[in-house]
Write a protein that binds this ligand. Structure first.
Ligand SMILES: [Zn+2]
Length: 182
C-alpha cells in the first residue's frame, strides 16, 4: 500500500498535466520518461514513474489530456462526467488500508504499479477532491499561452497564475498595455 499523504496524488495529477506547456522546452516533456521520473521523485513518489515504460507514453499523454479537461471543466457535473469515465475505464476500486496504521484514507491504486496505478490514483485523487471541494479551486493559468493547471490553496481562492514567472509575465504585459494606452 502506498504511504503517500492525502493530497499527494493531486500534486502528481497537476505535475502530469503540466508536463505539456507551450512555454517549456520542449513543450511536451512526455517525449520520454525523464521529466516524469524527475518530477514524481521530487514529489516523493519515485517508484510510481520508475515503473512506467516508454510503451506507456501514448497512454500517459492521453491521461494527461483528459485530466487537463477536468481542470478546465468549469462545473462539477462536467468534471464528474470526465472523472467517472476515467475511473470506470481504469477499474479503479478504492480500498481502505488494512494494516491499522496511519490515517484512514481511500487507496485507489492498491496492488497496482506503473501506469495502471497512475490511471486509477490520479483520477481517484481528483474525484475525492471534487467530492469535497467542488471545482472552484481547480484552475488553469491565465497568462496565455501558458496552460498549466493548479489547485488554488490560497485562503481567498483568487489564484490566477500557475507560478511566479507567469504572475510576473502577466504583470509586465499589463504594464506594457497601460503604457501603450496612454
Ligand atoms: Zn502559467
Amino acid at each position: 500500500m502506498s504511504t503517500a499523504r492525502p493530497g499527494d496524488d493531486l500534486d502528481l495529477a497537476v505535475a502530469l498535466v503540466n508536463s505539456a506547456c507551450p512555454l517549456a522546452e520542449p513543450a511536451d516533456r512526455l517525449d520520454g520518461l525523464d521529466h516524469l521520473r524527475r518530477t514524481f521523485a521530487d514529489l516523493g513518489e519515485p517508484a510510481l514513474a520508475a515503473d512506467t515504460s516508454p510503451d506507456d507514453l501514448p497512454s500517459l499523454r492521453l491521461l494527461r489530456d483528459r485530466l487537463r479537461g477536468v481542470f478546465a471543466a468549469g462545473s462539477t457535473a462536467g468534471a464528474a462526467r470526465l472523472l467517472n469515465g476515467l475511473l470506470r475505464e481504469s477499474n479503479a476500486v478504492p480500498q481502505l488500508p488494512t494494516d491499522g496504521e496511519g490515517p484512514l484514507r481511500l487507496d485507489w491504486g492498491a496492488d497496482r504499479r506503473g501506469y495502471p496505478a497512475l490511471a486509477a490514483r490520479l483520477p481517484g485523487a481528483l474525484a475525492a477532491y471534487v467530492a469535497e471541494h467542488g471545482v472552484q479551486r481547480l484552475g488553469s493559468c491565465a497568462a496565455a499561452p501558458c496552460s498549466c493547471v493548479f489547485v488554488d490553496r490560497t485562503r481567498p481562492g483568487n489564484r490566477r497564475f500557475c507560478c511566479d514567472q507567469c504572475t510576473d509575465r502577466a504583470a509586465a504585459s499589463a504594464y506594457r498595455g497601460r503604457r501603450r494606452a496612454r
